[in-house]
Design a binder for this molecule. Structure first.
Ligand SMILES: [Zn+2]
Ligand SMILES: [Zn+2]
Length: 213
């Protein structure tokens, strides 16, 4: 973080001096546009209610949508944002989310909470930053409605292990919520968070892992 203050700003993607994520790199980002799986938001050849990725899974959210595929420049941006603590990148991600994803019909915006280990290590929380930036643009309240109950990191666990370990506890009940996170990978985290929240949950993330056909 100190280096970012001392060195001239460079684009996280092309390294040109000037903006943190330059206009040219922003314009070159591929968007996740329809046709999408109605449930999990995976890009598909034609509109479907369920796709190969989510068929047979019990998912607690009604839909998941993401602005951009988790790939190339988006990976670089997310890495700098999460590991480098570059807070302004949250506003850039929020602009893309609001520009590309229709606003869900919900009462409140919330976010996937950090686990204890991550929160201590980074001292900042990208999902919350994104949720606050998006909520302001959608003119919805933003509230911390979940607490992580799993101390060990989810990343090291298999999907089956994660599903056996409900990782979240709701701090309040809501009838409908938009659940924000930075990246949708397998959907296991979003699913556990949505299940803990209860009610009607629409998941919105900045990026989404896309499986190659
Ligand atoms: Zn650039
Ligand atoms: Zn699907």
């Amino acid at each position: 973080m100190l280096l970012d203050l001392l060195l001239p700003r460079r684009c996280v993607a092309c390294r040109d001096a000037g903006a943190l994520f330059c206009t040219a790199c922003r314009a070159a980002l591929p968007a996740l546009t329809p046709p999408l799986c109605a449930l999990c938001g995976a890009p598909v050849a034609w509109p479907v209610e369920r796709c190969r990725e989510c068929a047979g899974r019990r998912l607690a959210f009604v839909s998941a949508r993401a602005a951009v595929p988790y790939d190339g420049d988006v990976r670089r941006l997310v890495r700098r944002w999460k590991e480098g603590g570059l807070r302004p990148l949250a506003a850039i991600a929020a602009e893309l989310v609001v520009g590309l994803i229709p606003q869900p019909d919900a009462d409140v915006v919330t976010f996937v909470p950090p686990d204890v280990w991550r929160a201590r290590r980074r001292g900042h929380h990208p999902a919350e930053q994104l949720a606050r930036e998006v909520a302001r643009r959608w003119q919805l309240p933003c509230a911390a409605l979940l607490r992580s109950t799993a101390v060990q990191r989810q990343r090291g666990l298999s999907r089956a292990e994660r599903q056996r370990n409900p990782a979240f506890r709701a701090l309040a009940t809501v009838s409908s919520a938009v659940l924000l996170d930075d990246v949708y990978t397998t959907g296991a985290t979003a699913n556990a968070a949505a299940r803990a929240l209860g009610g009607r949950v629409e998941v919105v993330t900045f990026a989404r892992a896309v499986r190659r056909a």
